[in-house]
Ligand binder design. Structure first.
Ligand SMILES: Nc1ncnc2c1ncn2[C@@H]1O[C@H](COP(=O)(O)OP(=O)(O)OP(=O)(O)O)[C@@H](O)[C@H]1O
Ligand SMILES: [Mg+2]
Length: 389
């Protein structure tokens, strides 16, 4: 049996443009290539797979938006919105040589999703990480280094989440507490006991988030400095968040004390509409090591190559530390890459110990992988296996 990790079978129900889809895949887990015209349903499949990990999937979508809509299903009838149908994704996945059936979906058309592992329901999405991990790159990330810090933070936190099961939960706790703290101040309710309680929680969770981000980037360092090939750049990641920077120089207790002090001193400024830095404003920059240049100044193709180098470094670190390589979802995989880089990338991906899913418009762009990948033609949310020698 192959020790590669991957998906044997994928089923979607009421998922975006798919009423029902069943995909049977080869058990040797060669790369899966999905090609077809715009709107054919390629990214929807990658998004479905991304929901087999904790969080909001690769589009950061609201769960109710994922549910399949007919063109008239969201018409308002007698002032009552038609509830979105339940959607589901399930997969037979293989990791560490064992096969597990995992699934997720909405229960009642709400923003809650349920997880099922080998027929048993669990309320904890983080349980999925024991059986399945995946990372992704989407076209929206092609300008990550020049875009808004929020997208970069989301990218960073996905990297961290793949190592630290608790990270997603801590982020969600931090955001909930920060919202409560903000609301009290913006409504002028200076209840010292209440605010102090929230501040103590923010400090404990916030410093843990920053420490985890630093730890993961540190663990990836060795692989980040090894080039995938001479045409792929190596990347240096520098965390620029205030807490992350402080943790480089001070002990965690000292950082907790100074963050607590900052929160208390900022109450008035925040209530008057000011802002405060913390894990919720953290950012990072990437340096193209060979050129010693900030990634934001690199060309579009160079930026894409840097992103791929970072993702591959994460996969290799995971493989080395945990023996389990995450699956990789590359939406519009080869956009911006020249032919030489594409072919080098394909050779690297084929050898990875995990399945890679790639989308593109034209099958011809992937011909170099003929005989080494599973090709599917996607048309109007229907899939057919293609024979590409
Ligand atoms: N909730 C939904 N219900 C039904 N259809 C949806 C829903 N959400 C998105 N769609 C439709 O799914 C179709 C396929 O989208 P998808 O993003 O998978 O296309 P794609 O093949 O990746 O196209 P492109 O090459 O343009 O990226 C689109 O026409 C989109 O409008
Ligand atoms: Mg797409």
């Amino acid at each position: 049996m192959s020790l590669k990790s991957g998906i044997h079978q994928l089923r979607l129900t009421n998922f975006r443009s798919y009423s029902f889809l069943n995909m049977d895949l080869s058990s040797s887990f060669e790369p899966v290539i999905l090609t077809g015209h715009n709107g054919a349903g390629k990214t929807n499949i990658l998004e479905a797979i991304s929901f087999l990990t904790p969080g909001k999937g690769l589009r950061s979508a609201r769960l109710s938006d994922v549910s399949k809509r007919d063109s008239d299903s969201f018409l308002i009838e007698k002032d009552v919105k038609v509830l979105p149908a339940r959607w589901g994704v399930s997969a037979k996945v293989q990791s560490f040589g064992n096969e597990t059936q995992i699934g997720t979906g909405t229960v009642d058309g709400s923003e809650r999703r349920q997880v099922r592992i080998d027929g048993k329901n669990t309320s904890k999405q983080s349980d999925l990480s024991r059986y399945f991990k995946c990372l992704w790159l989407t076209p929206a990330q092609d300008r990550l280094f020049c875009g808004d810090p929020q997208s970069r933070r989301r990218f960073l936190d996905r990297l961290v989440q793949a190592f630290d099961e608790m990270h997603a939960q801590r982020l969600s706790e931090y955001n909930t507490i920060f919202k409560q703290w903000s609301c009290l101040l913006r409504e002028g309710r200076f209840d010292d006991r209440w605010l102090s309680g929230l501040e103590e929680q923010l400090v404990a969770v916030g410093v843990a988030i920053a420490a985890s981000r630093l730890d993961v980037i540190d663990r990836m360092k060795a692989h980040l400095s090894q080039p995938v090939s001479e045409v792929f750049p190596t990347a240096e990641i520098i965390l620029t968040g205030t807490l992350e920077q402080e943790l480089l120089e001070k002990s965690a207790i000292q950082v907790e004390e100074s963050f607590l002090d900052k929160l208390k001193r900022s109450r008035k400024i925040y209530a008057d509409g000011g802002s405060i830095s913390g894990p919720h404003t953290a950012d990072f920059k990437v340096i193209h090591s060979q050129k010693r240049m900030d990634a934001s100044l690199c060309s579009t193709g160079e930026q894409k190559a840097l992103l791929l180098s970072i993702i591959l470094a994460e996969m290799n670190t995971q493989m080395q530390e945990q023996g389990l390589c995450p699956l990789l979802l590359l939406d519009e995989a080869i956009a911006h890459l020249d032919v030489r880089r594409r072919h080098i990338l394909f050779d690297v991906l084929v050898d990875l110990p995990a399945q890679v899913w790639m989308t593109g418009i034209e099958t011809e762009s992937f011909n170099y992988l003929g005989g080494r990948a599973q090709f599917f033609d996607v048309q109007e949310s229907n899939l057919s296996l293609q024979n590409v020698a």
